[in-house]
Design a protein. Structure first.
Length: 194
């Protein structure tokens, strides 16, 4: 997605060969116009999947997921990373090791918001080794619902996640695919910008 790639080039900061910082439009401050375009693009790509629900992970997955939910006309559920006093229903949970924080979190969704006949689109901000996406997939499976697609805003294709998810048979659509972050430079798959 051209607009997203341009935004990554102009505002992204390469922190290391492995990590890209995009706090100015996705992970801290949020660009609503870009999120709107991202939501539209996900809706277009998954239009034929009969999606009934979107599942994401707090907090950075929420903005793109909500915009996709708006265009697809389906509800959005976000998994929580911490136990909440108000999250008292029967919980569907999975363990997720965080790539950026190097810690393991239990992520949870109330079983009230996933039905076994749901066709789910999983959305997340980044795809690195696939732990977050696989945790969300596991939660959806526990509910008996089906994962019909995985939508990623920024895929770091040099890490293992995308390959792993595709090996499991999931359809993965990533709006920006990064081939390399070497030498402080963002290189996209199929084209070199910047
Ligand atoms: P994975 O679970 O696929 O290994 O990593 C994906 C998760 O880690 C995402 O939910 C995202 O929050 C975080 N993450 C992974 N790599 C990056 C990165 O390069 N930059 C940022 N900002 N977050 C990342």
């Amino acid at each position: 997605m051209r607009l997203l790639e341009e935004k990554i080039i102009s505002e992204g900061r390469v922190l290391s060969d492995q990590v890209l910082k995009v706090d100015s439009f996705l992970n801290h401050q949020i660009d609503p116009f870009l999120m709107n375009e991202i939501g539209k693009e996900f809706a277009l790509r998954f239009a034929n999947e009969g999606i009934t629900k979107i599942v994401t992970l707090e907090s950075s997955g929420i903005a793109p997921a909500v915009m996709a939910g708006l265009y697809m006309n389906v509800p959005v559920v976000f998994a929580r990373k911490r136990k909440s006093l108000t999250l008292t229903d029967d919980l569907l949970s999975a363990s997720v090791h965080s790539f950026t924080k190097n810690e393991t979190n239990e992520i949870s969704i109330s079983n009230k918001y996933l039905d076994e006949d749901d066709r789910v689109l999983v959305i997340d901000d980044f795809l690195a080794n696939g732990q977050a996406a696989l945790g969300l997939v596991e939660i959806v499976k526990q509910s008996g619902a089906k994962v019909n697609g995985i939508g990623i805003v920024i895929e770091k294709s040099f890490q293992q996640g995308a390959e792993k998810l595709k090996e499991f048979g999931f359809r993965v659509e990533s709006l920006a695919r990064i081939a390399s972050l070497s030498n402080g430079e963002v290189q996209f798959i199929n084209e070199k910008v910047g």
